[in-house]
Design a protein around this ligand. Sequence first.
Ligand SMILES: Cc1cc2nc3c(=O)[nH]c(=O)nc-3n(C[C@H](O)[C@H](O)[C@H](O)COP(=O)(O)OP(=O)(O)OC[C@H]3O[C@@H](n4cnc5c(N)ncnc54)[C@H](O)[C@@H]3O)c2cc1C
Length: 462
Amino acid sequence: MKDFETSLRSILRADQIKTDPKERDYYGRDWTTYFEIKASAIVFPESTEEIQKLVLWARHNKIPLVPSGGRTGLSGGACATQNELVVSLERMNQILNFNKLDQTLLCQAGTITEQLQKKAHAEGLYFPIDFAARGSSHIGGNVATNAGGIKVVKYGMTRNWIVGLTVVTGRGDIIKINQGLIKNATGPNLLHHFIGSEGIYGFITEVEVKLTQIPPRTQTLLLSVSKLSNIMQCYQAFKENTELHAFEFFSDIALKKVLEHKKKSAPFDPPQPFYIVLEVESPHELAETKIMEVFELCLEQGWIQDGFLAQSSEQTKLFWSYREDISESLAPFSPYKNDISVRISKVPDFLNSVNEVLSRHYPQWTIVWFGHIGDGNLHINILRPDGVTKEDFFKQCQNVDRLLFEVVAKFEGAISAEHGVGLTKKPFLQHSKSVAEIEALKALKTWYDPDYILNPGKVFDL
Ligand SMILES: Cc1cc2nc3c(=O)[nH]c(=O)nc-3n(C[C@H](O)[C@H](O)[C@H](O)COP(=O)(O)OP(=O)(O)OC[C@H]3O[C@@H](n4cnc5c(N)ncnc54)[C@H](O)[C@@H]3O)c2cc1C
């Protein structure tokens, strides 16, 4: 360890290196709880050039590196499990430039997502990538996972908002890609090699995002639904007749866990099996009338059983908290988590098929569904039954993965909708990607990271 530290000191200051076991455990993990963490140390570079030096040093010494952002990831992508050196981007958190005419923000990759949102707002503009981990996740992590979130229905994934990246590849090259251009047909665009690459091709060190207009006033509705298939009818009615910004669903079990955890009272009496929280644009009276018409249509058709239109910002926050507090409220049950997607039109059949398969194999287990159903993206959580140890539960859940991904493959869906492959989905890549596609990704890995030092063992093995 002494030699290792001395060697590191040739490129970094002492205060940029941490080796304390508690720090190694803290920085060596993300939100997943089932990997044994073994980080050798943590380093805190402060510039692209320092990361370049670090990569060249790691190549020379054959030291594996884990790029680490806000560590809110849910697939183990930022976990250090094989004595890797964790490279935390948390000190690279400066917003470098706002370009008013281009409506772009350039920042270091360790900038917290919420800070970027706030800066955009202060400049009279809007950055639409948004989700519950906004206060901790980094923009670099968002790019590396191609994060989605609650506004994908209207604005799409992170990919849509990236106009420039600076990366340090595993070769140690610094590449500035696309430099803020809207139009660039100069051959294939390497931006897309790095967006969603989960730190296996290079470090993202700077990110330029485009911004958009602050959305007009929106209104939030909370609806209760008795039948799953009705959720999609409701979605279609709002999608066709209003400007939809978000369309999320959660099951009654999910709501109950939030109410217990946060000590809140139930919004509906009687409860229903499912709920929807949705946000629609409502800039003028005409739009408001339309929203009410669609709401009434859904009631008349029996697609929803009851519903509220938020009357204040407090009520808006409350409605969203039922959805956004689910992950935190389930965490004490150390749940099995998965994040999958299918075409929107296939959601009800897909969900029924999964429920059928799982209830056949695990009739006693509590399955909690929620997610961004308006994007075809479902989060499935299974609560650890009383009396079953964490280890046994996760062993059994490996079989759940297999059963679940077989259904995903049948429906031509994605085994990871927005959380990435990391360690958790690695054994199942072939359920969503062809052999030829995986071979191409591996060839890129060999090119960008010839010594296999960047996040080794994540996404796929070579
Ligand atoms: C409560 C909660 C809610 C969430 N909701 C959503 C949601 O709605 N939508 C969604 O998409 N995700 C969601 N997530 C997952 C997570 O927040 C996102 O995946 C996020 O983009 C991860 O960012 P991070 O900075 O925390 O990355 P980390 O967890 O630190 O890392 C994720 C991956 O990116 C790599 N990486 C990180 N930074 C860099 C970099 N600078 N260069 C290269 N590689 C890098 C890591 O090696 C790792 O493979 C949620 C998580 C939590 C805890």
